[in-house]
Design a protein around this ligand. Sequence first.
Ligand code: PEP
Ligand code: MG
Length: 558
Amino acid sequence: MRISGIGVGRGVAVGAVLRMAEPIAAPLDLPRVEDASAEASRARTALAATATELAARAALTDGDARDVLEAQSLFAQDPTLIDDVAARIEAGRCAERAVYDAFAACRASLEALGGHLAERAADLDDVARRTVARLTGAEMPVVPASDEPFVLVAHDLAPADTAALDLDKVLAIVTVAGSPTSHTAILARQRRLPAIVGAAGCRDLADGDLVVVDAPAGLVVSEPSRAELDGALARCGTVDATEATAAETPAAPRAGALADGTPVPLLANLADPAEAAGAVALGAEGVGLLRTEFLYLDHRSAPSVAVQTAHYTEAFRPFAGRRVEVRVLDTGADKQLAFLSHRHEENPALGRRGLRALREHEGVLRDQLAALVAARDAAGVELAVMAPMVADADETEYFVRVARAAGVVQVGITVEVPSSAVLADQLAPLVDFVSLGTNDLTQYTLAADRMLGTVAAYQDPWHPAVLRLARLVGEATGAAGIPLGVCGEAAGDPLLAVVLVGLGATELSMTPALLAEVRAELARHTLPEARELARAALGARSAAEARAVVEQSVAARR
Ligand code: PEP
Ligand code: MG
C-alpha cells in the first residue's frame, strides 16, 4: 500500500508502526448546570493545572519547542479566555463544553487573522483538549512507549508531543492532519525527523506494519518489496548526516535568488517585536511587512508616540542596516482598534478600513509616522512605510504627502484593493515601492469574505483573476522602476512565489518559517523559466488548473 501526504524534511526512515490513540472527541452537551459558580471554579482549576503542566514541559526543552509550550501555557492563563469560559458556564454550559467552545471561538479568530497568529491556532486545540481531558478524567492520547524504535502514526500531534519525542525511539512521524506550516511540522523539521503530514490514508495502518517513510517523496510505503526496502535502507540516515554536519557549522542562509543569480530578497512578515530576532536567524534579509495594528489591538486609546517608538525600535533593532517595510495601522474588518473603528458597519471588510480610517483620524497617522521615524533613527534601519487599503491616485497622493512631511523617505502602498491593481500604471509613478497584499486582493477580487469558512475555497491566490491583477501591478512597477514586494500568504507558497516573480515581483515577504522552502524553490528556476510558468498560470481557468499546469511544467522540466 502506498499512502501519500505532504513530506516535511528530507530524510527517509524504515520501521514498524505504533499508533497513538485517536483524539478526544468534542464533549457532548451535558444537562444545564445548576451551580454555575462551582462549575466555573472547576473549569478555572483545570485550566490552571494545564498551564502548570505545559510550563513544566517548557522548562524541559529549548528553542522553538520551548516558545510553543510557553505560549500554550499562557493561553491556558489568558484572562479573556477564562472570562469567556465563565460566561458560557453562566449561560448554562457545563465546564467541559464551555472550555471547548471558548477555545474554538478563539481559534477561529486567530485563523481569521492569518499569518503567524493563524499558526498558533492548532496549539490552542491542544490546550483545550488537555483541559477537557482533565475535567472528564479521560486519558490524553499519549505517544506510545516502546523499547524498540518505531514509526509514530497519529491523527495529529500536538506541538507539546512533538517537542518531547524520544529521538532514540521515534524514527519518523506520519499524521492524518496538519500542514507543512503547522507547528508540529516546524518542530519536526527543527528536530530533523522525517515526517509526512496530511496523509489521510495512514488511518489504515496498524501497529506492527513495516513501513518506509520517504519525506522528499511525500510517501509512506507499507509492506515494501525487497527492492524498495533495500533502496530505502541505503538512503536512511544519509541526509540526516549531511544536515547534522551543516548544523554543527551553521552557515548564514543564502540570500534569496533565482538559479540565474537574479536577486529576490526574502523578507519577514512580523506582527510582534519578539519575532524579529528569530526571523533574522532564519535568514530574513529584512522585513517586508510589519503589521503594526497587532501591537495595539487591546488599547482603548491611541498609544503615545513614546510607547510606539519603543515598540518599533525593539522590532527594528535585529534588522539594523537593513530594509524594514512597515504598514501603518490597518484597522477595520476583523482587526478593530477601539480608537479608530468606532462605528458599526454591516460589511466591515467593505467599510472604513486601513487608510480610509486613518484619513479620518489624521492625528493618529501623524503620531505613528513620527514614532516610526524616531525608531528608524534609533535602530539604524532603512525604513519604508506603506499604507493599507489604498484605492486610487487621490489616496496614494494623500499618503505620500503626509508620510514625506513626517520625514519618511521611502513611501509605498499595498495593492490589495482590485481598483489599485487596475490603476497600477497611475499609482506606481507616485510611490517608491509597492507591496502586493494577496490575501485581501483575493478576497475582494473573488467577492469571498476571508473570514467565512463556507467560501474558503475562493480564497486561493492561484486564481488566474488574481494573477492577472498581479501582472498589471508587475508591469506598472517594472515600467516605473520601483520594487514590487508580495506580503500576502501567497509569497510563502514556493511555486506560487516563483510565478509571482515571473509576474514582476522583486522581493517576497512571508512568515519566517517558510523562508527556507521558498529560498530552495527560487534557486531551481531562472527568470525566463519563472516568466514561462507565470504565462502558463495566467491562461488557466481556475486556481486548481493554474496550480496543476505549473506543477506539470516543473515536473516535465526536472
Ligand atoms: C494581505 O491582505 O495580503 C496582507 C498582507 O494584509 P493582511 O493579511 O494583514 O490583511
Ligand atoms: Mg490586507
